[in-house]
Ligand binder design. Structure first.
Ligand code: SF4
Length: 360
């Protein structure tokens, strides 16, 4: 079996860079990745500085907290103020600024019961330990996260844990890709498709990219050679667009049917709000009607409030590929990882944080 180090081999990477240059033959290619892990991998490995000058890398809506809409953050903050409610969340969400610059971290400092968890299953332990309260897991993330949350719901059901529910704001990648291609002004010519999400989805949900938009999409892994191979295949398929799997050691073309079945058992698609992209039809996951007790929205009567956008923050334009982070007037000045104004600077997977940390 090959080890990961094979995919970091400088000779292999150099030959792939040469292949990319040869295939492009002086033509430009503007590609977008939509996965926070790709964002970090491209910067951290130094690949970005090695790419030919005619290749433009755009970092799209691939980081869960970055795509979470202001109205959704405002709803989390409303919820944090309720009696007998404990919020369970992944750490990144704690620092995301909401209306007026407040965040769940601020709410916690002021006494709200907000607990950071490393796995959705941790929130079940919280529920068992606090039988007089309702534990709400804040469900953000994509098709990779949703099956783990579905597994947690199944466990809660099997163990009869009634004081647990999920505020599901999960988002689906393929509808967002369609919205990005419908958005004029970003000039996307190809997609580096997310390796993790594709382990669940397989290739079929992306078929429309080539069929309807004549845009190639390549599923890529996260080592430098994985990414470079994906870029070569992307360049090679520009004249004859197709969706290609360049990460077969992790992604089966059919995806993971068991994970999808589990996800579909508890969730169904619904329209969802995305930062920057607005409301995208059938791009989110909500609890199915039969799971009303486990659905925080219906159990606790949650509605999404109107929320003003974060003043001066251009995260929406960054996520759409219309702007690079340094083009935001606040980048590196008012907005840094220590003093983030928007979510793209909060998350370690956010484009602004990656630019700040690794960019020349
Ligand atoms: S630099 Fe800060 S303010 Fe500007 S888009 Fe990024 S997160 Fe928002």
């Amino acid at each position: 079996m090959q080890t990961e180090s094979v995919f970091q081999d400088p000779k292999l990477c150099r030959s792939l860079l040469e292949r990319l240059d040869r295939v492009l033959n002086g033509q430009s290619m503007r590609f977008m990745e939509v996965c926070g892990t790709h964002t970090v991998a491209i910067f951290q490995s130094g690949l970005r500085s090695l790419l030919p000058a005619n290749v433009t890398h755009l970092s799209g809506p691939g980081c869960p907290v970055c795509v979470t809409h202001d109205a959704e953050v405002a709803a989390f903050l409303d919820l944090a103020g309720r009696d007998n409610v404990i919020l369970a969340t992944f750490g990144d969400l704690l620092r995301v600024p909401g209306p007026g610059g407040s965040s769940l971290k601020h709410a916690k400092a002021q006494g709200a019961r907000v607990e950071m968890v490393y796995s959705p299953l941790d929130s079940l332990r919280l529920a068992v330990g606090h039988p007089g309260d309702v534990v709400v897991f804040l469900g953000i993330g994509f098709e990779t996260t949703a099956p783990t949350v579905a597994a947690t719901l199944l466990t809660a059901q099997q163990r009869g844990i009634d004081n647990f529910c999920v505020f599901s704001l999960h988002k689906l990648v393929p509808p967002a890709l369609r919205a990005l291609l419908d958005d004029e002004g970003n000039g996307i010519e190809a997609f580096l498709l997310p390796g993790h999400v594709s382990t669940i989805l397989g290739l079929e949900p992306y078929a429309f990219l080539a069929k309807e938009y004549h845009v190639p999409g390549v599923v890529g892994g996260f080592e430098p050679a994985d990414i470079l191979l994906a870029l070569c295949l992307m360049a090679e398929r520009r004249r004859d667009p197709a969706v290609v799997n360049a990460y077969p050691r992790a992604v089966d073309n059919a995806g993971n049917p068991r994970a999808r079945a589990l996800m579909e058992r508890f969730f169904q698609p619904a329209d969802a709000l995305w930062r920057g992209l607005g409301r995208i039809p059938q791009s989110g996951l909500v609890l199915r009607p039969e799971y009303e007790r486990m659905d925080a929205v219906r159990r606790l009567g949650i509605t999404l409030p109107d929320a003003p956008p974060l003043p001066g923050c251009r995260c929406g334009d960054v996520l759409k590929g219309r702007l690079t982070p340094p083009q935001c007037p606040l980048f590196g000045k008012k907005c840094t990882p220590a003093t983030p104004v928007g979510p793209c600077m909060v998350s370690t997977e956010g484009s602004c944080a990656a630019y700040y940390k690794y960019s020349e």
